[in-house]
Design a binder for this molecule. Structure first.
Ligand code: A3D
Length: 320
């Protein structure tokens, strides 16, 4: 069977990291696409020259023309600009919306059968716009944010409890903004819900509230430290988990920005929810029962996402 073809649209910090992980995991042949000339070619060659060291048979090539993504099985989109200290993700909307138009049209023309994972911020609005511009089925276009936010949540919980990250299942739903919804009742450490951990004295309610707050601000914490851009190792790992579930039909349940068609009482846009990812793409949205408080937090997060989509429609009336 031919190797899978993975097109990375955007060969910056996340794109380069994605290429490295995809090669080391031998997930498939990699095309690094970017508007910057030389950068995707240089990163591709650099990683290709390492394949003999880590012993994986994949090819890596750089490209500046969309023709080179033809026939891609997976496209992972990071094209655009990241935030700098003092910026919110929403500040990126105007510039990255134009990038999504070019990328969506490129995918539509050259890789219409691909499973597309969007990472570009502001995520929930950009994945919506990318789907609109590409015209691909909703199940084949998805956004990466929840895997990252939940991984941050799990890491902070592991640090606090001293339990292996492998035995922690953390869930963060809603939009990828500071009003995201870490699901305290549904997240578990060794099978125990976080509410039960507090009752058993593993941590105080204040400590748990602090972890939730740090999770919500996790992206900003890295931006403030790096000063020149945003996180890239954990975002790349998160998208690779999603691509792997698709390519290997693993049917993992991962929190992703998925198209809602009535689930959670919402319709017609993308927001973070647990999704079964398999060969069919986003195969099924899993609905967590929510308390009134959780519903209110989810609704506030959804309202932020809808505000961004409305802003996209004003900037580009073809989306209205
Ligand atoms: P960066 O290292 O700047 O890479 C972006 C790349 O996109 C650069 O190499 C640009 O040349 C390229 N580019 C710009 N315009 C185009 C275009 N029209 N076509 C093709 N390529 C283009 O950024 P990064 O890799 O650190 O981040 C990429 C995006 O991911 C940003 O929007 C970040 O905000 C976002 N991000 C999202 C998350 C989520 O969890 C959703 C996390 C971290 C970063």
């Amino acid at each position: 069977m031919a190797r899978a073809k993975i097109a990375l649209i955007g060969a910056g910090m996340i794109g380069g990291t994605l290429a490295h992980i995809a090669a080391r995991e031998e997930l498939g042949d990699v095309i690094l696409f970017d508007i910057a000339e030389g950068v995707p070619q240089g990163k591709g060659l650099d990683i290709a020259e390492a394949t003999a060291v880590f012993g994986k048979d994949v090819s890596l090539k750089g490209a500046n023309a969309y023709e080179d993504i033809a026939g891609a099985d997976v496209c992972i989109v990071t094209a655009g600009v990241p935030r700098k200290p003092g910026m919110s993700r929403d500040d990126l909307l105007g510039i990255n919306l134009k990038v999504m138009k070019a990328v969506g049209e490129g995918i539509k023309a050259h890789a219409p059968d691909a499973f597309v994972i969007c990472i570009t911020n502001p995520l929930d609005a950009m994945v919506w716009a990318l789907r609109e511009f590409s015209g691909l089925p909703h199940a084949k276009v998805i956004g990466m944010a929840g895997v990252l936010d939940s991984s941050r949540f799990a890491y902070f919980l592991a640090e606090k409890t001293g339990v292996s990250v492998q035995d922690i299942h953390a869930w963060t739903l809603g939009g990828h903004g500071d009003d995201m919804v870490p699901m305290v009742r549904h997240s578990t450490v060794g099978g125990l819900p976080l509410t039960e951990l507090v009752a058993q004295g593993w941590m105080t309610q204040e400590e748990l509230d602090g972890i939730v707050k740090r999770t919500r601000g996790g992206g900003g914490e890295i931006v403030a430290l790096l000063k020149t851009g945003s996180a890239y190792y954990a975002p790349a790992e998160s998208a690779i988990a999603m691509a792997t579930s698709y390519l290997k039909d693993k049917k993992r349940v991962l929190p992703c920005a998925a198209w809602l068609d009535g689930q959670y009482g919402q319709k017609g846009f993308y927001v973070g929810v647990p999704v079964v990812i398999g060969a069919g793409g986003a195969e099924r949205v899993i609905e967590f029962p929510m308390t009134d408080d959780e519903k209110a937090m989810f609704a506030a997060s959804v309202a932020s996402v809808q505000g961004l989509i409305d802003a996209c429609k004003v900037i580009d009336p073809s989306l209205a």
